[in-house]
Write a protein that binds this ligand. Sequence first.
Ligand code: ATP
Ligand code: MG
Length: 337
Amino acid sequence: RNLKRQTMCRGDINRLNAAFLAIYDSLIPADEEKAKQKQLLTVLEKLVSKEWPEARLYLYGSCANSFDFSKSDIDVCLVMEAGNSDKSEVLLKLADILQADNLQNVQALTRARVPIVKLMDPVTGISGDICMNNVLAVVNTKLLRDYAHIDVRLRQLAFIVKHWAKSRGVNETYHGTLSSYAYVLMCINFLQQRRPAILPCLQGMDITYSVTIDNVECAYFDQVEKLRDFGSRNRESIAQLVWAFFHYWAYCHDYANDVISVRTGCTLSKRAKDWTRRIGNDRHLICIEDPFELSHDLGRVVDKGPLDLLSVPTATCIHGHAADFIKRLQQVHSTTH
Ligand code: ATP
Ligand code: MG
């Protein structure tokens, strides 16, 4: 609808490039901050190995997938055989150990959907959460990081999208909007579908990395240093991509029928996944297939938003907000002329 009116010419969009790159640069964490995160991880590893010599700690989430903003919290995963003790017991014990070592704000949230221990390190000022045996998250973190190494435009686009989502309050799964993980998958899938493609489909290539976790096979091509030139035939700037991303989610995505799938590099049908109707709280209004847990729709939490700017029956919060973003870009564009 009104596609013509919604279209800005290439030259106009490029005027926004410097602004987007400035936002991206301002959000990247400094090297000292990454060093402090490592320092904290080393402290935690020492404490953990005293009690459980076989245990391992892994960073996951944005602090390890290269999509973290400066001053982000860290996500840590404790991997170990729990033997006879259950997760809650181990996490409560871990909380005691951390508290005894003067870590601050230590709290074991053993009843949460993903049980964690929260902490703040007074030496580095960094806060973090430690979960247990969430190995799939460690592996999907590696997948996102590997994609980020192929073309810098993924990291730039995902930073702008995450920044927009956090500023707009649409990055809160407990309020019916999408996780950062889901937004990054949307960016990857979008870049896989540009023509020429900017990102490949790593799970459709020769397998160089393979692990099986909780009966889920995670396998893909991870020698991404060989793919550095992959996107070079596509010369689109970050401004063009940001525009096209929001334009896609505002006007082109088929919310009624399509599922975003990084695993296949394209879209699948909701019907084939049986994600066509509401089941319990899972509404499946916007469908994003997890790359490894294929029955997992990361958009299932999305509620019908209050902002239904286009009055499209299947409009979701994201849909309305994306359309609003496009309008705002046009306003910026018209005031710069
Ligand atoms: P932020 O900078 O906003 O904290 P993040 O990448 O740490 O970003 P989260 O959405 O909090 O974002 O997710 C942390 C990690 O947990 C993800 O990188 C992913 O590995 C895992 N994760 C989050 N949500 C899911 C989910 N629904 N299914 C599977 N893994 C998930
Ligand atoms: Mg995080």
